[in-house]
Design a protein around this ligand. Structure first.
Ligand code: S3P
Length: 166
């Protein structure tokens, strides 16, 4: 198979996109870029501040603009925010940028990884696990459109990297 121009990691909050992305890039000698970082740079504020001051739909607009520009990267592991699949056009942009890999995990696994973190506005609710279950059910069909799906529940970061490279 031809080497893809970039590798794009998608998946729910807590899927390990950033951690796996860094390890994968180190292995390949590639750069990394994180869509959430690009969003914060464009907006000049943190994601929490964007949600608090402008709301989620404004955030999704900035996220879509960032996704539309990703095709300009090369030899880069691109990591995305969990909600990038909320707008169907974004997935087309991701596909144009490179090979799209879904890091899949059960909601209980995801919850175990994100519980206690306070920088994700969507989880600042009374029942974060319930919220995650709803969001995951809604987004799963879009995530599954990735070129490859990797079940990460029982894998180490190094093992996920090897599966991606296999
Ligand atoms: C979001 C996921 C976050 C971030 C924002 C919204 C989502 O990224 O983009 O808080 O809608 O799932 P991570 O998946 O890196 O936590």
């Amino acid at each position: 198979m031809n080497e893809p121009r970039n590798l794009v990691l998608i998946g729910f909050m807590g899927a390990g996109k950033t951690t796996v992305g860094r390890a994968l890039a180190a292995r390949l000698g590639w750069a990394t870029v994180d869509c959430d970082d690009l969003i914060e740079q464009r907006a000049g504020k943190t994601i929490a501040a964007i949600f608090a001051e402008e709301g989620e739909s404004h955030f999704r607009g900035v996220e879509a603009a960032v996704a539309a520009d990703l095709a300009s990267y090369e030899h880069t592991v691109i990591t995305t925010g969990g909600g990038v699949v909320e707008r169907p056009d974004n997935l087309d942009h991701l596909r144009r940028a490179g090979r799209v890999i879904y890091l899949r995990a059960r909601v209980e696994t995801l919850y175990g990884r994100v519980r206690g973190s306070d920088h994700r506005p969507l989880l600042q609710v009374a029942d974060p696990l319930g919220r995650m279950g709803e969001l995951l059910a809604r987004r799963a069909p879009a995530y599954e459109k990735a070129d490859r799906v990797i079940d990460t529940d029982d894998l180490t970061v190094a093992e996920v990297v090897e599966r991606i490279l296999a």
